[in-house]
Write a protein that binds this ligand. Structure first.
Ligand code: SF4
Length: 141
């Protein structure tokens, strides 16, 4: 069994520090993060549109999971990382692709409309992968 993730969430996970759109959303994202942190060989299947994180998006908030600009961000990031929809990759392979192809300064450029951008955690998360530090331990959230 693999975790289903859309393109931009591959980068959102790098900056995850326990926050989220709601408590259930953050709890689900933490479970996914902990699995990937503990088992980097976990298979991730790349999907188009809503994924295993979107599944916990709160129904009482404006939904952006199918927005065109979010789908375009997914596609751009997938292509940049050389990942195909419907294919499964070990999480470590995705991290290796991030390390080779993504720099912190890409985040403000690619995620200009994201409400989480100003926290700076995604740039920090990408920087950790680029420098070989790896994912931050969830125990430090
Ligand atoms: S800025 Fe937003 S879309 Fe970009 S990686 Fe962070 S949380 Fe994801």
């Amino acid at each position: 069994m693999s975790i289903q993730l859309r393109g931009h969430h591959l980068l959102c996970l790098l900056g995850f520090r326990g926050m989220g759109y709601s408590e259930p959303f953050a709890k689900n994202m933490l479970e996914v993060y902990e699995q990937l942190w503990q088992e980097p060989s976990t298979l991730v299947t790349i999907v188009r549109g809503p994924d295993d994180l979107c599944g916990s998006f709160p129904c009482d908030q404006p939904n952006h999971c199918d927005s065109q600009n979010v789908l375009e961000r997914d596609s751009f990031i997938r292509n940049h990382l050389g990942l195909e929809v419907g294919e499964s990759y070990p999480w470590q392979q995705i991290l290796d692709q991030v390390k080779s192809n993504v720099q912190p300064q890409h985040i403000p450029e690619w995620c200009a409309t994201c409400p989480w951008l100003s926290y700076g955690v995604c740039e920090e998360g990408v920087g950790r992968i680029a420098s070989g530090e790896g994912l931050l331990s969830p125990a430090s959230f």
